[in-house]
Design a protein around this ligand. Structure first.
Ligand SMILES: *Cc1c(COP(=O)(O)O)cnc(C)c1O
Length: 338
């Protein structure tokens, strides 16, 4: 087994999670008949305080369906330059929805400055796409958006008649880092997505939450984009297990990231923006060294996306002992380079 620090998407379902999947009661979810999918969606409603929730195969599809449900053809959403649902989703909203992204630069803390958002909103004029939506990401690059900022963004969005969406692939990491229930964060948005298949440890699946009316529209877009699944309870059971068992333990991943950061600093590595808030670390290394490190670590059972800027992510399948091993190897590697 590799120690895999490339992402928290690499987590594998535990024996208990697999048992929950194997024993799941199922039905046809396109008919709304799958009791386990319905239970998962009900749990997301309970945890979020939103009216309705929808299970989707991936986070990318959940964001796409959200954008399609918020914006019509010829409308636009304001989003960060580095946001997943702008940069890393193959331009889906533009390609499939004729929705124009209006990217803006985020501040260092991951927030989109509201003055810049205001400046990007288009007047009602035939020359312009209609600005409909503000899309935030939380956590972004492992950073937690402050609650005070979310409140401001929410009030701003009400004043400017924009909908507010949060790409919350790792929103439970934010909730755990802030020590608040999920509701406390998502009270400041109309809709949000969350990934079950990252730190929560499920093999597949995301949730989109919002008003009943919104989710009703989203169900049609999910069907149209090929995300209507049949006996999906097998998958939803893993998600339900994750929500019941794997949320609070995200704290371990955060503690591990903090510990790893300190250890790597002690052996002389350059940490980018030290002070990991959640489960993500970045470090800088010389390009030549980075090119050697990846294969060297792989031969020794450690997977890294080694580059001049290297991202390390801690998760449920990486123990403190595994990380100690990574630090020992890294030290050895650096000694060989001298
Ligand atoms: C992982 C991720 C997604 C969606 O990912 P999928 O691989 O499609 O499930 C969306 N947004 C962010 C911020 C992510 O990290």
């Amino acid at each position: 087994m590799f120690v895999d620090l490339r992402s928290d998407t690499v987590t594998r379902p535990s024996a208990a999670m697999r048992a929950a999947m194997a024993n799941a009661e199922v039905g046809d979810d396109v008919y709304g008949d799958d009791p386990t999918v319905n239970a998962l969606q009900a749990e997301a409603v309970r945890l979020s305080g939103k009216q309705a929730a929808l299970f989707l195969p991936s986070g990318t599809q959940a964001n796409l369906v959200a954008l399609l449900s918020h914006c019509q053809r010829g409308e636009e959403y304001i989003v960060g330059q580095q946001a997943h649902n702008y940069k890393y989703e193959a331009g889906g909203a533009a390609v499939l929805g004729s929705i124009q992204p209006q990217p803006i630069e985020a501040d260092a803390d991951g927030t989109l400055p509201l003055a810049a958002v205001a400046a990007a909103i288009k007047p009602d004029d035939i020359h312009f796409a209609r600005t409909r939506l503000l899309s935030l990401e939380n956590t972004i690059s492992g950073k937690v958006l402050p609650l005070a900022y979310l409140k401001q963004a929410w009030e701003f969005s009400r004043q400017r008649q924009l909908a507010l969406h949060i790409d919350g692939a790792r929103i439970f990491n934010a909730a755990v880092a802030l020590n608040v229930p999920l509701q406390e964060i998502v009270q400041y948005c109309d809709t949000f997505t969350l990934c079950l298949s990252k730190g929560l440890g499920a093999p597949v699946g995301s949730l989109l939450c919002g008003s009943s009316e919104f989710i009703q529209r989203a169900i049609r877009w999910r069907k149209m984009t090929g995300g209507g699944l049949r006996q999906a309870g097998i998958l939803a059971a893993a998600g339900l297990y994750a929500l019941e068992n794997n949320v609070e333990r995200l704290r371990e991943d955060h503690n591990n990231a903090t510990w790893l950061e300190q250890q790597l600093r002690d052996i002389g590595l350059e940490i980018v923006e030290p002070g990991a808030q959640t489960n993500v670390l970045y470090l800088r290394q010389p390009a030549e060294q980075a090119a050697k490190l990846g294969p060297w670590m792989r031969e020794r059972g450690v997977l890294l996306s080694s580059g001049p800027l290297t991202r390390l992510i801690t998760h449920i399948d990486v123990s403190r002992q595994d990380l100690q091993q990574v630090v020992n190897l890294w030290r050895e590697f650096l000694q060989q380079q001298r």
